[in-house]
Design a protein around this ligand. Structure first.
Ligand code: ADE
Length: 245
């Protein structure tokens, strides 16, 4: 059983539409949708925003649904200037950019775990699936939408991700983040929390983050438009290739 999480329903809507033999269960104010997606047994859930909500959802997936792999899919704000709206980041190392328990622990260090970041698994397979998706982009993404977002040739970047309980929407904040965590290429609000729980329970974790905005003063508008209209079709295209390989 594979667990698939996003923060918002919009980010997995296209997957929910494809899910067969659906059964739902309600736990802790979340709805878990079990069924088959491209002939693979999955459980889909949107955790709601932030590290607490996503960590709690992950624990539930592991303990109640016996998932043996977790994939997170959703949108992110770009930190690195070479990333554009519509590019795909496949996560490598996940940092909690708002974690700082100094002087007891080093900045970003997760207490007890002795780690400042957590690594993903299955990235090679996910990059391959994303490459196949990009090569058949028009099958999943309607051309008018791609034009509306000025997406011409989406890039796939394997890189580090910074997570924290803050929606970033200013150049000043991006610069600060970039200085603190120079290898983090995009920012979001859940990934590192899910990664920590998966590490603690020894469950393989991977993450897809599609750039919805540039974390600048236009981020609020770009984020909403992108998440509402297009993000879940990326998830659909990438996961179809991931499960069929
Ligand atoms: N997710 C998508 N865009 C984001 C941003 N700008 N800040 C935090 N999380 C995000």
């Amino acid at each position: 059983m594979i667990g698939i999480i996003s923060a918002m329903q919009e980010e997995i809507q296209a997957l929910l539409n494809e899910l067969k033999n659906v059964e739902t269960s309600e736990k802790g104010m979340r709805t878990y949708y079990t069924g088959t997606l491209f002939n693979t047994n999955v459980v889909l859930v949107f955790s709601r925003w932030g590290k607490v909500a996503s960590a709690a959802t992950t624990t539930q997936l592991i303990n109640d649904f016996n998932v043996d792999e977790i994939i997170f899919t959703g949108v992110a704000g770009a930190i690195h200037t070479n990333l554009n709206i519509g590019d795909v980041v496949i996560g490598k190392n996940l940092y909690q950019h708002d974690l700082n328990a100094s002087p007891f622990y080093k900045k970003f260090e997760i207490p007890i775990l002795k780690k400042e970041f957590l690594e993903t698994k299955n990235a090679t397979k996910l990059i391959e699936a994303t490459t196949n998706f990009i090569n058949t982009y028009n099958t999943y993404i309607n051309n008018e939408e791609a034009i509306a977002f000025d997406i011409t040739a989406p890039k796939i970047v394997f890189g580090d991700i910074a997570s924290g309980d803050k929606f970033i929407k200013s150049l000043k904040k991006i610069k600060k983040l970039n200085k603190a965590l120079p290898t983090a290429i995009c920012v979001e609000m859940e990934g590192a929390a899910v990664a920590q729980i998966c590490y603690e329970y020894e469950i393989p974790f991977s993450i897809i983050r599609i750039i919805s905005d540039k974390a600048n003063d236009n981020a609020t508008i770009d984020f909403s438009r992108f998440a509402n209209s297009i993000a879940s079709y990326y998830a659909l295209g990438i996961l179809k290739n991931y499960f069929n390989n």
